[in-house]
Design a protein around this ligand. Structure first.
Ligand code: PHE
Length: 360
């Protein structure tokens, strides 16, 4: 057959110079596609004499094979080049530091609550909780605060709404965590050793008071628990919390309807150049109320006061958080100001525990 060599050369050159897969495909169709030049020549074989066909047949087959394998070799080469190009342009420096993400912080109240739970857990206290909407009975009566008792006024209580013809005693937003004493003893009996942290509410607002704040109640009831045990527990607690060995406390006689005797507790501190230092100097700062649980209170919770006795205390969580971390204004705790939260907040990875040290 004539012209085969020229045809072959034309296609092999075309393939060698093809710039992309699309032009390769065009070449394939026009050479060995159904109506391609080589295919048309193969159709002519039928019209040849057997002698002619014996020469032309193998030649055409060889030509077809040669073009086909040139096409696939070139296709592969183009693929490699495309991959090389991607590797060059999509290059990524995996040693670069990551882009920083905005991170939240743990609120000082949450942090201090965790610290308190860790310290009291170490002293054998479990954690209890009670409702923030409380009945008049648990918030007052059961705690030996009768309806006409002046303490009800002192508490600046928020009362829940009742319909005009509804004569039941109103529910209140609990004014302290002490109702959890009653609820816990009713449910679990005695002996017991628990703390109850949580939100409490009083209608009051200035630099050191907000309508919602946090208390931690402590309760320990057994056969022979005394004020001495109370003093030891509180001094252990303050030393651990402020990280100061042998911190001094002062017990001042006081009055709470639900404890007898009652004591307000101060910790040693100094004021120098407007700076407060805990655990030194000859000043005192009031931090909590406490006492021996009143027999009426034990009885309200179904506990026999002739067999059982113990202490209770209530401490302001916000207050001691301010003291420990030097936070000057209580109101800022609840303003949700991101700048404040970033400054006073804690890293989520900084979980308080006794072994890692409680402070930051
Ligand atoms: N409930 C008291 C208050 O809110 C604190 C307290 C608790 C005092 C337990 C004595 C015993 O002021």
């Amino acid at each position: 057959m004539d012209g085969l060599d020229a045809l072959k050369q034309r296609y092999l050159d075309g393939i060698a110079n093809a710039a992309d897969e699309a032009s390769l495909e065009d070449l394939r169709v026009s050479a060995i596609g159904k109506k391609g030049e080589v295919s048309l020549k193969m159709r002519e074989l039928g019209k040849m004499t057997p002698e002619e066909r014996q020469v032309a047949g193998p030649a055409l087959n060889a030509l077809k094979d040669e073009i086909a394998s040139a096409l696939s070799a070139k296709k592969e080469a183009l693929g490699d080049a495309a991959l090389d190009e991607r590797l060059r342009s999509e290059w990524l420096d995996i040693s670069l530091p990551g882009r920083p993400r905005r991170q939240g912080t743990i609120h000082p109240i949450s942090q201090v609550t965790e610290e308190l739970a860790a310290i009291f857990a170490d002293l054998g206290f479990a954690v209890a909780e009670g409702p923030q909407i409380e009945s008049d009975f648990y918030n007052f009566d059961a705690l030996n605060i009768a309806p006409e008792h002046p303490a009800r006024q002192e508490h600046d209580t928020f009362y829940m709404h009742r319909d005009a013809n509804d004569n039941r005693a109103p529910h209140v937003l609990r004014t302290h965590t002490s109702p959890v004493q009653i609820r816990y003893m009713e449910k679990h009996g005695v002996p017991c050793r628990v703390i109850a942290p949580g939100r409490v509410y009083r209608a009051d607002y200035d630099q050191t008071h907000t309508p919602m704040f946090h208390q931690l109640e402590g309760l320990a009831i057994d056969k022979d628990i005394s004020m001495a045990n109370l003093k030891w527990v509180l001094e252990e607690f303050f030393s651990a919390f402020f990280g100061i060995e042998g911190i001094k406390t002062r017990f001042r006689a006081s009055h709470f309807p639900f404890t007898e005797p009652s004591a307000e507790v101060d910790i040693q501190c100094s004021w120098v150049d407007g700076q407060l230092k805990i655990g030194e100097g000859d000043g005192w700062m009031e931090v909590l109320g406490s006492g021996m649980v009143h027999p009426h209170v034990l009885r309200s919770a179904g506990v026999d006061p002739d067999q059982w006795q113990g202490f209770a205390f209530g401490i302001g969580i916000d207050r001691i958080a301010m003291l420990k971390y030097g936070i000057p204004d209580l109101r800022a705790f609840f303003d949700s100001d991101l700048r404040w939260l970033r400054n006073y907040g804690f890293s989520a990875l900084n979980m308080p525990n006794l072994h890692g040290g409680i402070s930051r």
